[in-house]
Design a protein around this ligand. Structure first.
Ligand code: NAD
Ligand code: UDP
Length: 319
C-alpha cells in the first residue's frame, strides 16, 4: 500500500552507484525508508557510507538477475553499469541485468503492488537520425554492435515495463536519461566528464575520440534526481517514456576546452580514432517533461562542472 509522500518504503536498485546514491540521499531527506540494493559491480560502498547511520536506511548486497522477495511501496530500478567501458566489459551480463533484472523487479512490483520507475536511456535512440530527440522517435540502434548489449537491453526493458503494465496492470514509470554528471561518478569509468576532469587535474593528455565534433547534452545530477522524484510521484496515468536531460548541446571539443579553463590545466588534446557506433549528436526535447512534470534543469554546465571538479579534487585522484 502506498504511504504518501513521506514514510514510504522505497527500494533503489543500483543504490550504491552514481545516480543511485544521490537518489537514496534525497529520499532519506524526504523522510522515507530506503533500501539500497547493489552488487557493487560499478557502485562503491563509499558512495553510501554517509547514509549508513540513518535508521531508515538499509543495504542489501544482491544481484538483480536473481529474484528477491521484499515488501516495498516504490521501486527505482537503476541497477546497470552505465559507462561504455563497464557495460562492454561483460556484455552478456549487461543484457542479463537489463532483461532478467527488469523481469525480477517487475515481478516484485506486481506481487506487492508497488509503483516502479525504470532508468532508461537516450541510448534507446541509438545514433539518432532526427534532432533533437523526442519520445515519439523509435531510434536507430545497431542490434549487433558493441553498444547493443546496453542499448538493446534497455530497449527490451522498456518493452517489458509496458507489457507488465498492459498485461498485469503494474504501475510503471519510464524515464529516458540523457548524459548526467556530477560528484560520485566513478573516477575510472571513462565517461567523458569524469575522464576529462581527471585528466585535467592530473595535467595528462585529454583523449578525444574522433573529431570531437560529436555532441552531447549534459545534465547535473541534482536536476536529474529531481526529475526522477517528480516522475515517480506524478499522476499514475503519466507513465512515460519521458526524456530527462539538459537540452543545452555541446561538442566534446567544447566540453574539453571548458574543463581545461575551469581547472586551469595544462593538458593538451590527444586525438584518437573514433569508437564503434558512437552517436554523432544527442540532445533531448524536454517539452513533455516540462508540461507533465513542470521539470527542467536549473544548474548550468559551468556551475555543475565546478562542483564536479571540487569533488574530484577532494577525492585525492591526483597521482
Ligand atoms: P553506475 O554504474 O554508477 O550505477 C549503477 C549501479 O548498479 C552500480 O552501483 C552497480 O554496482 C549496480 N549494478 C550493476 N549491475 C547490477 C546488478 N546486476 N545487480 C545489482 N546491482 C547492479 O551508473 P549511473 O550513472 O548511476 O546509472 C544508473 C542508471 O541510470 C543505470 O541504469 C544507467 O543505465 C542509467 N543511465 C545513466 C545515465 C548517466 O548519464 N549517468 C544515462 C542514461 C541512463
Ligand atoms: N569521449 C571522448 N573521450 C573520452 C571519453 C568519451 O572523446 O575520454 C567521447 C565519446 O566518444 C562520446 C562522448 O565523449 O562521443 C560521450 O562519451 P561517454 O562515454 O561519456 O558517454 P556516451 O554518451 O557515449 O554513452
Amino acid at each position: 500500500m502506498e504511504r504518501g509522500l513521506s514514510g514510504a518504503r522505497i527500494l533503489v536498485t543500483g543504490g550504491a552507484g552514481f545516480l543511485g546514491s544521490h537518489l537514496c540521499e534525497r529520499l532519506l531527506e524526504q523522510g522515507h525508508e530506503v533500501t539500497c540494493l547493489d552488487n557493487y559491480f560499478t557502485g562503491q560502498k563509499k558512495n553510501i557510507y554517509h547514509l549508513l547511520e540513518n535508521k531508515r536506511f538499509e543495504v542489501i548486497r544482491h544481484d538483480i538477475v536473481n529474484p528477491i522477495f521484499l515488501e516495498v511501496d516504490q521501486i527505482y530500478n537503476l541497477a546497470c553499469p552505465a559507462s561504455p567501458i563497464h557495460y562492454q566489459y561483460n556484455p552478456v551480463k549487461t543484457t542479463k541485468t537489463n532483461v532478467m533484472g527488469a523481469i525480477n523487479m517487475l515481478g516484485l512490483a506486481k506481487r506487492v503492488k508497488a509503483k516502479i520507475l525504470q532508468a532508461s536511456t537516450s541510448e534507446v535512440y541509438g545514433d539518432p537520425t532526427i534532432h533533437p530527440q523526442d519520445e515519439s522517435y523509435w531510434g536507430n540502434v545497431n542490434p549487433i554492435g558493441l553498444r547493443a548489449c546496453y542499448d538493446e537491453g534497455k530497449r527490451c526493458a522498456e518493452t517489458l515495463f509496458f507489457d507488465y503494465h498492459r498485461q498485469n496492470g503494474v504501475n510503471i514509470k519510464v524515464v529516458r536519461i540523457f548524459n548526467t554528471y556530477g560528484p560520485r561518478m566513478h573516477p575510472e569509468d571513462g565517461r567523458v566528464v569524469s575522464n576529462f576532469v581527471l585528466r585535467c587535474i592530473r595535467n595528462e593528455p585529454i583523449p578525444i575520440y574522433g573529431s570531437g565534433n560529436q555532441t552531447r547534452s549534459f545534465c547535473f545530477v541534482d536536476d536529474m534526481i529531481e526529475g526522477f522524484i517528480r516522475m515517480m510521484n506524478g499522476p499514475d496515468e503519466f507513465i512515460g517514456p519521458v526524456n530527462l536531460g539538459n537540452p543545452v548541446e555541446n561538442s566534446i571539443l567544447e566540453l574539453a576546452e571548458l574543463i581545461v579553463r575551469l581547472t586551469k590545466s595544462g593538458s593538451r588534446l590527444d586525438f584518437l580514432p573514433s569508437v564503434m557506433d558512437d552517436p554523432k549528436r544527442r540532445k533531448p526535447d524536454i517539452a513533455m517533461a516540462k508540461e507533465q512534470l513542470d521539470w527542467e534543469p536549473r544548474i548550468g554546465l559551468e556551475e555543475g562542472l565546478k562542483r564536479t571538479i571540487d569533488y574530484f579534487r577532494g577525492e585525492s585522484v591526483v597521482r
